[in-house]
Design a protein around this ligand. Sequence first.
Ligand SMILES: Nc1nc2c(ncn2[C@@H]2O[C@H](COP(=O)(O)OP(=O)(O)OP(=O)(O)O)[C@@H](O)[C@H]2O)c(=O)[nH]1
Ligand SMILES: [Mg+2]
Length: 218
Amino acid sequence: MAEKKVIAVIPALNEENTISEVIRGVKKYVNEIILVDDASTDKTSIIAQREGAVVISYKKNKGYDKSINDGFALAEKRGATTISTFDGDGQHNPEDIPKIIESILDGEADVVVGKRPHYTRIAEYLFALVAKIKLNIDDPLCGLKAYHINVYKDVGYFDRFSSIGTQLLFNAKRRGYRIVQRNITLNERKDTPRFGKRFKANWKILKAIIKILCWRGK
Ligand SMILES: Nc1nc2c(ncn2[C@@H]2O[C@H](COP(=O)(O)OP(=O)(O)OP(=O)(O)O)[C@@H](O)[C@H]2O)c(=O)[nH]1
Ligand SMILES: [Mg+2]
């Protein structure tokens, strides 16, 4: 059997305060880390490189999903057999990674989604309801997920319409892949969400829900 290689993709926007500790923690549980720095104006990129991550850096902000698209494409090129996404803001705990990748490595699941103990925004509860009905999963917006490379190769992309990291998950369901959920721990964010303040964030999530529900394409 081919060797297994786990690559973590970390999207990051101005996370210089947390990125060093995040990379040091994640490194213990994966083979490689790809950090996608979305035109941060701080030292995120430099610190990530120093900590040994493979860094993709943009001159202009491309957004969360486009960053992960590029991260996944590079992970595939670098021979990943499992790809995990992980937030760079210190809210996830690296110790949860084994729980997230285990079922994929054992061949028991194709996609694993983390379930956070609580959500911050009203629209997250709505998306959770939609995902419960469609996928039997409670937390589609959790930034800690893992995918078998075959799911990504079969679909051919991570995101095409700013789904906030959910399109590959819904696509996997459509194609009959096995999706499971695992409880994870969550730390409080120490500064402001990069995702936008309350109204903007809720609006982005609402748009993603509508797109997922209306989406009939490939
Ligand atoms: N590449 C990229 N990363 C982003 C962007 N916006 C947010 N991120 C990163 O995505 C991860 C999650 O973003 P957060 O702002 O923490 O979003 P969140 O955890 O859903 O929001 P909170 O629960 O309020 O913290 C972090 O590592 C961010 O740095 C972006 O535009 N581009
Ligand atoms: Mg966060």
